[in-house]
Ligand binder design. Sequence first.
Ligand code: ZN
Length: 130
Amino acid sequence: MRTIEVKTQAREELVDITARVREELVSSGVKDGICHVYVPHTTAAVTINENADPSVKEDILMALRKIVPDSLPYRHSEGNSPAHVKACLIGSSIKVIIDEGQLALGTWQGIFFCEFDGPRSRSVIIKASS
Ligand code: ZN
């Protein structure tokens, strides 16, 4: 198991961590299996989506803001309930098949850390298993 640190710069942000997951996979030495990427936070998430057009990240965040409005009568006293709900919707883990030492991602796919209550210093746990 390896942990990487992600420093986010904004309240909401999708950070492409594909290259960093690849680095961890290479140093794990696992050639065939599954690469698990897990976010141990309640107001952040991880997903796989397009990393070619950066507008896609903005569109995802815009749509999530529409689905999870800031204006609902939330009860959680910390004031960050929209971030908790968005983290639930996206999810705290993904897995990618490892084939011949490579992540079997599609041409346009990247792995994104999803910040919903930043900026903060965050952790992402990566485990490659054969
Ligand atoms: Zn909270």
